[in-house]
Design a protein. Sequence first.
Length: 471
Amino acid sequence: MNLADFRTYAHHLVDWMANYLENIEHYPVKPSVQPGEVISQIPQHPPIQGEDFWQIMADFQQIILPAMTHWQHPGFMAYFPANSSPPSVLAEMLTATLAAQCMIWQTSPAAAELEERMLQWLAQLCGLPTSWHGVIQDTASTATLCAILTAREHYNINQPGIINQKGYSQQPVFRVYCSTETHSSIEKAVRIAGIGSENLIKISTNENFALKTDELVNKINQDRQLGYVPLCVVATLGTTSSTAIDPIEKIGIICQENRIWLHIDAAYAGTALMLPEYRHLAAGLHLADSYVFNPHKWMLTNFDCTAYYVKDKAALLRTFEITPEYLKTPLDRVVNNYRDWGIPLGRRFRALKLWFVLRSYGAEGIQAMLRHHISLAKQFEQWLLADGRFEIMAPVHFNLVCFRLKPTPHESIEAINQRNSQLLAAINQTGRYFLTHTKLNGCYTIRAVFGQTYVQERHVVALWELIQALL
Ligand SMILES: Cc1ncc(COP(=O)(O)O)c(C=O)c1O
């Protein structure tokens, strides 16, 4: 493809992109394809000769597009959103065009310095301690793994980095604590860090699905008596099932008293701290050792983009820094080489889309989006409550509503779970909405998240009308 052709195709693609976003409501949110349907249409062997762009594009439209789940569809109310925005997409185009690999300052000074500034901006906007040091990771799962590895290497202040050096041979058995509602990425990190799932102690939650601190204290004390080393507590601000909020300040004090690393997972709800009315949730954050939230979930920034903060930058660097001769530069002690702040060596230029998004919307634009989404959730909750046939299964803290049809007298748990799962399937079958479920206290619960960039009140009204028509 020469650059003249590239120009033609790129203009075509930009029109395609704008048309797609303009007409996205006409696609079914979730495709109705069968497993194997796509792969059977892709030739078994790669082409020997290059193919024409228009042919590739035609196949994209015919084979790929009909089998996509449309995350930017306003009826996408599943999981958590990965909401995007036009400025973010434009920045991604530039990132792809520059195609820089931003592993160290020298390989793209602008990328390194913009990343530093963007993480400072995000900290200011969210009221995070400005003394923290931020870095962009691909996902919250990676950030949490970084937190647990750093905790592991610093549990013994006299021998930092000992497990990195010697492996686990003579180390004590660590314990990590979180609530039963914590995201599965915490268990994955504990496994990868060599601590073992059995040493992840899940603390039960109260009626609001928040971690019980008295049980946490008891478990820590018990573990110490049994010879374990309490290493880390992971507290969640906005759990995946129901956006429950663990008592951060209380947990922070417990961690301080016991010299335990505190990691806070605010992957989804962290963006809400940009609202002054939610800022009280930041109380106690200064007690954390590490913190993660995802602009790629609810801050108009294309996946992937995770903001990870640490209190002790030196501890992070000592855990990950490894400098072969071919990567040494004379500036290594002066600049941020972000390859040393996490797991991968190679890094995309992710800060650019943050810059475009933050400058295009400003704090006020993002706050307006958050408030709009939260008000849609509150409205939907009110309709459910007023109807009488539904119950709300968890407090609506942000823009997620967890609900189900109420059981009739003497209805078994299996029967009511099935009725709710049938309702969810019927909603999704229309192709106009995609919602998912969870279980809360063993009860099948439908989750509706109002966090998509393009969701408007009329979509929520139509969802409510649909649900009523289905009953
Ligand atoms: C609370 C919480 N933590 C972590 C994650 C994992 O996020 P990521 O996909 O960025 O690893 C999620 C994903 O939804 C989440 O809800």
